[in-house]
Design a protein around this ligand. Structure first.
Ligand SMILES: *[C@@H]1O[C@H](CO)[C@@H](O)[C@H](O)[C@H]1NC(C)=O
Ligand SMILES: *[C@@H]1O[C@H](CO)[C@@H](O)[C@H](O)[C@H]1NC(C)=O
Ligand SMILES: *[C@@H]1O[C@H](CO)[C@@H](O)[C@H](O)[C@H]1NC(C)=O
Ligand SMILES: *[C@@H]1O[C@H](CO)[C@@H](O)[C@H](O)[C@H]1NC(C)=O
Length: 900
């Protein structure tokens, strides 16, 4: 029974070999030593000449019956050609004879023959030699690393943590705690390596796929070793002979059976662990022992080698080379690779050249059938994914994934009543990728365009609808509708027309909190009246603590942020705590103890976490600790926890870069952390609060100073500085999923700011002559320069404010030493100046790294912006671009937060 199976397998093997080993009459030529072929020209090249046949120009020349190339010999990989002038030159071989004799290049690439190796070396103008140690067949992890280097060598990117001159690295986490980082003194490289080794979440046992690769490697290695004097064999017979030679070589006691002991010994003696880092020869018994007697006989052994990936011819239909995939946010998609081969080749999936199976991202998985799974899609998953056979890089399929969002639309006000003759204004804000079509409907029918001039006016891409000369017939439901590829979304604004309407035309505005030395004040921006006050001398309800201190003690605030619609969190660096203020009740409801000097705060809505970064002293010396408050918006008592420490120490954090909150509500699961005295960056899983990866930015001499995120196309933008001198070293754009550096603009300095809709990046660059505001747009292929604006204003702070003529955002920028406010329309480039913002706070009075003239916007549907100045707060109307009011008699008002 088992015998007949073996016969069939052998027959199948023969067919495969004949098909793939095309011109098997070629004699294999073997390089005995490790050699390199320097780029042309070089002396003493071996004799090797190729002539072109057929009608060549020189054969038409009656005076030169002889082919001038006859007397020319060219180095390997080249052939002789005659130039227009009749001279000869050695050019790169146009093609090589079709034969398979796989060789490793010293560049780590597997070539189909020696000729191919030399030809490619010539074409690349690089020195590539034959590597007889077959390193390119070695463990896949190492190979992938080499490929990623090769792939990126134009950009000098190296996010993979293995150093290219250290091929003997170990692939296993070195300690019990995989995240333990060896020692503080260890170099950046080692530290990163430890982390990433541990994070490569491949199984520790020998998988079928790796097993097949190991066998393949074994055969190739033995072919190189034993197969040379095998002149008579060709095609399958050659391989048969090779397999039988291997068998007798392994069968040390000539028993006709291979046992675990023998396989172990051979494996150890010949260091065959190089072939695969998880599979060994003993696994042959696990997979091939079909009769279950714990031994392999010659037939079982033959069967094991009946499939050979390295000779698999892979194909891809031309029409399938580029595959467009459209999916919606939160979809799960499975992408099949259409590359086929016989036998089916193992597939590797990449994004920007990075093998996705090494990412360790639970939402991106490569399955053993060669398909790619992208789970819980987010906008940042958009982009190109390629698949190719592990052993054949010529055939590549590109899958262009576009992620769409369901359009979102909101209107304001939801309900208004007007008198006949009044005018009504309805606003609509839409988001979506791709940006949806937005229109207004009344009682389900599109508003008649012909009536636009007199009755209705619509502006700013339907973001505003105005109804004039209102009469009773205008009562109704006005619907703003956004339609996109992924669906339609609507929101309704109702208008009631009544004689007795008490409308005053003023829409309800959000209120804002101002934090100053005396306490906290809440204002209404329309009339600038005080709405509520928390005194610094108040007692926090339920405790015996003062909000700030006894009479005469001034408040000292770090940062304040809104946490969902319920709370405001504010740090008190000198009191080592954060206060939680209920927006509704306007009282302090919780006091959260922290490490010393808590300053920066950030909120991650999808995880409901507040991250705090604590300084080590009143000045930021660059060594901080991180703390996290979980369930931050929940009604409960809150406390902090530390994320994973670094080498048992919590205070090695230089900076924490949380994902910024954007309109799309993209769920970024990772943030970045920089460490004291290290170039580069660590990626942190925010939910698990653990490090997952190291990103090496040393080639760019980069320690990030600022990091911004774009939901669209998953870009991470970094402002870089040199670690010791703090000299600016340019702007880097990373791919969020793979951490590959996409671009590095060494001369682009300044602080990047991403607009809430992810569409514009604004970089504020200070130099000797003033400030340049550089605007870039996000595109599927990265950032594209839009325009820049130069100003003599010394910009202190910037904020984005909803555009008054569209669904996007404009920029407002304050000046450090003037009472001017700069407005910039990010689409048209139009600039305006708002004056009269009073005297700015003296920079020396400002603590905790805040700008001396901050500014914040009320956000979507908010008309106003607020900017604190010396002893006062200015409320600016963003639509009319005028100062609405000044709220005076405030002592050092530096922080403000809008109520949502
Ligand atoms: C050698 O051969 C015999 C069978 O003839 C076998 O029982 C023995 O265990 C073999 N293996 C080794 C490692 O000696
Ligand atoms: C994705 O692939 C398509 C097709 O090859 C190409 O046109 C496009 O530029 C690629 N996009 C990126 C971001 O590389
Ligand atoms: C701009 O203002 C900052 C203070 O906010 C100050 O340190 C800096 O020197 C100013 N730059 C110029 C060119 O005036
Ligand atoms: C300024 O504020 C203090 C309390 O903060 C108050 O006592 C004083 O009367 C105020 N002055 C003016 C002019 O409003």
């Amino acid at each position: 029974m088992s015998r007949s199976v073996v016969v069939i397998l052998l027959a199948a093997m023969a067919i495969i070999f004949q098909v793939t080993d095309g011109s098997s009459s070629d004699r294999h030529h073997r390089d005995a030593t490790y050699e390199t072929v320097p780029p042309w020209p070089f002396p003493n090249h071996p004799r090797y000449s190729v002539q072109r046949g057929g009608a060549l120009p020189w054969s038409l020349d009656q005076n030169s019956p002889e082919n001038p190339c006859d007397s020319v010999s060219c180095p390997r990989g080249r052939e002789c050609a005659v130039t227009d002038t009749g001279a000869t030159e050695c050019i790169c071989l146009q093609k090589c004879p079709k034969k398979h004799h796989l060789v490793c290049g010293t560049d780590g690439v597997l070539y189909s023959s020696h000729c191919e190796l030399h030809r490619k070396a010539c074409l690349m103008d690089k020195a590539v030699g034959v590597d007889n140690s077959f390193r390119c067949l070695m463990p896949p992890v190492y190979k992938q690393f080499e490929e990623s280097l090769k792939y990126e060598d134009t950009k000098e990117t190296q996010t993979t943590p293995f150093s290219s001159n250290k091929p003997d690295i170990s692939y296993y986490p070195s300690s019990e705690n995989p995240f333990a980082i060896s020692s503080l003194e260890s170099t950046v490289m080692t530290t990163q390596q430890d982390i990433t080794d541990a994070v490569t979440t491949t199984p520790v046992y020998c998988t079928q796929q790796e097993y097949e690769i190991m066998k393949d490697n074994l055969l190739l290695l033995n072919h190189a070793r034993l197969g040379t004097n095998n002149n008579g064999g060709e095609g399958s017979h050659g391989r048969d002979l090779l397999v039988s030679l291997m068998f007798s070589h392994f069968d040390e006691n000539n028993s006709g059976l291979l046992e675990a002991e023998e396989l172990k010994r051979v494996g150890a003696r010949e260091q065959l662990s190089r072939l695969s880092h998880r599979c060994s020869l003993v696994d042959l018994l696990r997979y091939e022992d079909s009769d279950g007697n714990n031994r392999l006989d010659i037939n079982e052994f033959y069967a094991a080698f009946s499939k050979l990936y390295s000779v698999s011819v892979v194909t891809l239909e031309k029409s399938l080379e580029i595959n467009h995939i459209t999916a919606r946010v939160r979809d799960n998609v499975q992408i099949r690779c259409d590359i086929t081969g016989s036998p089916a080749p193992p597939i590797v999936w990449r994004r920007h050249g990075v093998d996705l199976s090494t990412l360790g991202d639970e939402d991106i998985r490569v399955f053993s059938d060669g398909s790619l799974y992208l789970m819980k899609l987010q906008l940042h998953h958009s982009g190109n994914y390629t698949c190719q056979a592990q052993r054949n890089h010529e055939v590549v399929q590109t899958h262009v994934v576009s992620v769409h969002t369901l359009p979102q639309v909101r209107v304001t006000p939801r309900l208004q009543s007007k008198k006949p003759g009044d005018e009504a204004k309805l606003e609509c804000h839409a988001t979506g990728e791709p940006f949806p079509k937005v229109e207004w409907l009344k009682n389900d029918a599109p508003i008649a365009l012909s009536r636009l001039d007199d009755k209705y006016s619509i502006r700013g891409e339907s973001s505003v609808l105005k109804i004039s000369q209102i009469n009773y017939a205008d009562t109704g439901a006005y619907m703003c509708q956004a339609s996109g590829l992924a669906g339609v979304s609507r929101d309704i604004s109702s208008l009631v027309v009544r004689e007795d309407a008490v409308s005053d035309g003023i829409q309800e505005e959000k209120r804002f909190y101002v934090f100053h030395e005396k306490g906290v004040s809440v204002y209404d921006p329309n009339n600038c009246r005080l709405h509520h006050q928390i005194q610094g001398t108040d007692i926090v309800p339920g405790t015996q603590d003062y909000v700030c201190g006894e009479k005469g003690v001034v408040c000292n605030w770090g940062r304040a942020i809104a946490v969902s619609t319920r709370y405001i969190y504010v740090t008190q660096p000198k009191k080592d705590r954060a206060l939680v203020i209920s927006k509704e009740q306007m009282v302090v409801v919780d006091v959260v103890a922290t490490d010393r000097y808590p300053v920066e705060l950030s909120y991650i809505p999808s995880l409901d976490q507040v991250w705090i970064s604590c300084w080590r002293s009143e000045d930021d010396h660059g060594a901080r600790t991180l703390q996290v408050i979980r369930d931050a918006s929940q009604k409960k008592s809150h406390h902090t926890v530390h994320p994973e420490p670094i080498d048992g120490q919590f205070d090695l954090v230089k900076d924490f870069f949380p994902p910024s909150i954007q309109e799309f509500g993209d769920q970024f699961r990772f943030g970045y952390v920089s460490h004291v005295n290290q170039r580069g960056l660590y990626k942190m899983n925010l939910q698990a609060m653990r490090y997952v990866k190291a990103v090496d930015l040393a080639p760019y001499n980069c320690v990030p100073r600022t990091v911004q995120y774009s939901s669209l196309y998953g870009l991470v933008i970094m402002e870089c500085e040199e670690p010791v001198t703090r000299r600016p070293t340019g702007q880097i754009v990373l791919d969020y999923l793979t951490d590959i550096v996409l671009t590095h603009k060494a001369s682009l300095h300044g602080t990047p700011n991403m607009s809430p809709d992810s569409r514009h990046l604004v970089t504020v660059q200070h130099d000797l002559h003033g400030v340049t505001i550089l605007v870039q747009e996000t595109t599927p292929t990265g950032l594209r320069f839009s325009f820049d604006v130069k100003t003599s204003l010394n910009i202190s702070d910037v904020t984005f404010h909803p555009s008054s003529n569209g669904h996007g955002f404009d920029l407002f920028a304050t000046a450090a030493d003037k009472d001017d406010l700069l407005y910039l329309n990010l689409v048209s480039g139009k600039v305006d100046i708002v004056t009269g913002l009073g005297e700015a706070m003296d920079p020396v009075e400002v603590q905790w790294g805040s700008p001396n003239r901050p500014i914040t916007s009320a956000g979507v549907f908010g008309t106003y912006l607020v900017s604190p100045a010396k002893g006062a707060v200015f409320v600016i109307n963003g639509e009319t671009r005028t100062v609405n009011c000044e709220i005076g008699n405030l002592s050092k008002p530096l922080l403000n937060v809008w109520l949502y």
